[in-house]
Ligand binder design. Sequence first.
Ligand code: NDP
Length: 333
Amino acid sequence: STQIQLVARPQGWPTEENFRTVEVTYGPLAPGQVRVRNAFLSVDPYMRGRMNEGRSYVAPFALGETLTGGAVGRVVASRSPEHPVGALVSHQLGWRDVVQEDAGQFRVVPDVPGLSPSVHLGILGMTGLTAYVGLTDIAALQPGETVFVSGAAGAVGSAVGQVARRLGAARVIGSAGSAEKARLLTKRYGFDVALNYKDAPIREQLAEAAPDGIDVYFDNVGGDHLEAALDAFNDGGRAALCGAISAYNSTGSTPGPDNLANAITRGLTLRGFTVGGFLHRSAEFGPAMSGWLREGSVTFDETVVDGLENTVEAFLSMMRGANTGKMVVRVDA
Ligand code: NDP
């Protein structure tokens, strides 16, 4: 098996030198074990936090050990009756082409007709669930409200805009980092307004785009975008704090929003969450999202990078904004 390991903790932006590729040989299957050939690997922003030392919501990656992360693959050998050869499985042992582990690490998922197995890493997996939980459980979106989403052309953000609409939002405003992405927001994902945050300060752009204010802010970015939302909030507004990617590669301390006091005067709720605490919501999310996809009222994109050897580059280019929708690495499909 070819596997990618972290060998040094990055300062600021990671480089190829922080990683190495190794060959690992597995022994014969022990009882209860399965061997899986990965088809797609997920590269996700939270992985940057795990490359640092110190506490995050998941433990840091260990140096000199194979990286982990979301993946889908097929069982190629099995000593577990629940995981027959040929089954599609979703798991957390990515950054390698083949993995052998106890069957309990692998969850059998359906082959969805007409869709790539990678949907289990994106729209039907963690990122779709994140969008759903953030809007429902965290921000308590109500019909008729105005929603602002940052990182809106990304995996989570593109789902947020469309799910918000399905849940009755009256006006959906998104921001992304290129003219091409901004065009997609309105033409493909049904946003009412698209802002390119590289054109002009997002604070000014949002004030203009939301003269009647916003009720919900889904924050993927932090920094200037959070300040823009705090300026634009109506009384009783709610922010789902999902990510703060603008600071993930910064060195030094991150300044707080300069207008946080608006939370007091306007009675705002700023609530952070990690999707891992809401896996029980899959029971409602799965059928809802499958239905929307079937009827065509929600769509999604994936940016596919080919080859395990390009996983680090795929991760870095996702952090730089090269992706539209979910960034995945095709290992073998
Ligand atoms: P995306 O598909 O959105 O990819 C990351 C995107 O971030 C890039 O495409 C880029 O788009 C944008 N970006 C990068 N730097 C900046 C910046 N300085 N300012 C504004 N945008 C920037 O990734 P995901 O959908 O997987 O994740 C989105 C966010 O959600 C992340 O913050 C992530 O950490 C968080 N997340 C949180 C979860 C939770 O449980 N709380 C679960 C999953 C994700 P652009 O070209 O527009 O700049």
